[in-house]
Design a binder for this molecule. Structure first.
Ligand code: NI
Length: 191
């Protein structure tokens, strides 16, 4: 187990597309996922993609904290509790509806901004046992998955913003918008 160093915006590893994992069930992948989970929880964050720890592979980990499943009314599927691992993920839109909400990112520390995301998606990927699975997600769950999978394509959330007027330091934005905005402990957490 190890806590890994997190790359910050400007590092090339965050701007390049990540490679597919050849064998999702390989022991070294399981070990990397364990370290990513430890790093995410230590930060603390609610999601982390492998490029954020300088590993250009298509792997993300995330959790949907209790009480943050604001997509539940839009999607009767239960949000998985605990740590979620997604290897070689693929996302498919379910409808065209978008909504804006605050996001933060461990690679853009101290900052927050409003990001439009699809409200409903279906996603598929492999777990660490090499099993392919598929899920539907809405609301916060869908937002986290889209944010993390963007990392695998070299995209950071400011590149998804429609209006940079809402981009700023968490400390400042919170003075205006309250604790709704920003990093851990807020609505959306850092990913
Ligand atoms: Ni992020």
């Amino acid at each position: 187990m190890a806590i890994l160093k997190i790359a910050r915006m400007g590092h090339p590893v965050l701007a390049a597309p990540a490679r597919p994992v050849e064998n999702p069930a390989a022991p070294e992948i399981r070990a990397l996922v364990r370290d990513m989970a430890e790093t995410m929880l230590d930060s603390p964050g609610i999601g982390l993609a492998a490029p954020q720890v300088h590993v250009p592979l298509r792997i993300v980990v995330f959790q949907v904290p209790a009480g943050r499943d604001d997509g539940a009314e839009k999607n009767p599927a239960r949000v998985p509790e605990g740590l979620n691992v997604l290897i070689n993920p693929a996302i498919e839109p379910l409808g065209e509806e978008m909504e804006e909400d605050w996001e933060g990112c461990l690679s853009v520390p101290g900052m927050t901004g409003r990001v439009p995301r699809l409200v409903r998606i279906r996603y598929a990927g492999f777990d660490v046992d090499g099993r392919l699975f598929e899920r539907e997600a809405a609301g916060f769950h869908a937002r986290v998955v889209q944010h993390e999978c963007d990392h695998l394509d070299g995209i950071l959330y400011p590149q998804r913003m429609r209006d940079l007027a809402s981009f700023g330091f968490v400390e400042e934005i919170r003075k205006v918008h309250g604790s709704d905005a920003g990093d851990e402990g807020s609505r959306n957490g850092q990913t």
